[in-house]
Design a protein around this ligand. Structure first.
Ligand code: GLU
Length: 278
């Protein structure tokens, strides 16, 4: 028996890929608990109508979740408290770089790696913390980044287990933002804290988030949180084998339902569109 969760962001309508992911989680619980978490920290992109659509679409698919539903927007204090621990222990540093500066730097190097964790050249990692604090006190905006190298040095060899790909050694990825300047938290920090607080034992999600799990495992280690099992499932593609995105309105669950498709047919077609190698 597992405690699993489905954790959509209400920034668009759910599509075939979400249907697959939600049902995948539900089946993976093996008689355990199925939780629904609304990841609504990005205030500028979230819309209430998308939250309603999530409830409606998941109900239509036949899913039932435990009440109450968790909303990340109501847990900002909890994320702030976790961030404070990381700040006090020196695991994160202030980053004053703008997106534009980072993009320009990445363009200047031929092979900046692409992936879910944007490449960061480490510009602010070496700043003197006192100097950085002074700049912040003078009103300069900053985000908090996790110092991956320091975390790895501190925690030593860290692993996690993916049910599809086996034991994974945490590798050095780019230093990710843990607290954005506008929202004071991030997907990484919030989801790790929530998975622990909600007692999630098996994290199921698309393989596009595989690399993020290295970061999540380090945050767990630094905060002394339990280490759940993972299952990164293959992604659902469109007819040309490309990943679906929320912008592809044509394959939203809402439009498939309106076209008369049954939930079973939706799930069959999602299963038939899995992209090889993801
Ligand atoms: N909110 C994330 C998304 O919609 C899901 C993250 C997760 O399952 O860890 O992509």
């Amino acid at each position: 028996m597992e405690t699993v969760r489905f954790a959509p962001s209400p920034t668009g309508l759910l599509h075939l890929g979400h249907a697959f992911s939600a049902v995948f989680a539900d089946q993976a619980r093996e008689g355990g608990r199925f939780l629904l978490r609304i990841e609504d920290i990005e205030r500028d992109r979230v819309r209430a109508e998308y939250v309603d659509a999530i409830f409606e679409d998941l109900t239509w698919l036949g899913l039932r979740w435990e009440e109450p539903v968790a909303f990340q927007s109501s847990r900002l204090d909890t994320y702030e408290a976790a961030l404070k621990i990381l700040i006090d222990e020196g695991h994160v540093y202030r980053c004053f770089c703008s997106r534009k500066q980072i993009a320009e730097h990445n363009q200047s190097i031929a092979s900046a790696p692409h992936g879910p964790i944007p490449h960061y050249p480490g510009t602010c990692r070496e700043l003197d913390p006192e100097q950085a604090a002074k700049r912040a006190a003078l009103g300069e905006e900053f985000a908090w980044r996790l110092d991956i190298k320091r975390s790895l040095d501190l925690l030593g060899s860290v692993t996690w287990h993916d049910r599809r790909r086996g034991v994974q050694q945490v590798v050095r990825v780019s230093d990710p933002i843990l607290a954005r300047r506008d929202i004071g938290t991030s997907y990484h920090l919030s989801s790790v804290v929530d998975d622990a607080d909600q007692g999630v034992t098996l994290v199921t999600r698309g393989s596009d988030l595989f690399e993020s799990t290295h970061v999540h495992r380090l945050i767990q280690g630094l905060l002394g949180l339990p280490n759940p099992e993972y299952y990164h499932h293959p992604l659902v593609g469109d007819t040309s084998g490309q990943r679906l995105s929320k912008r592809d309105k044509s394959i939203s669950l809402r439009s498939l339902r309106a076209s008369g498709m049954s939930p079973a047919a939706v799930l069959l077609s999602a299963g038939a569109c899995l992209i090889d190698g993801t």
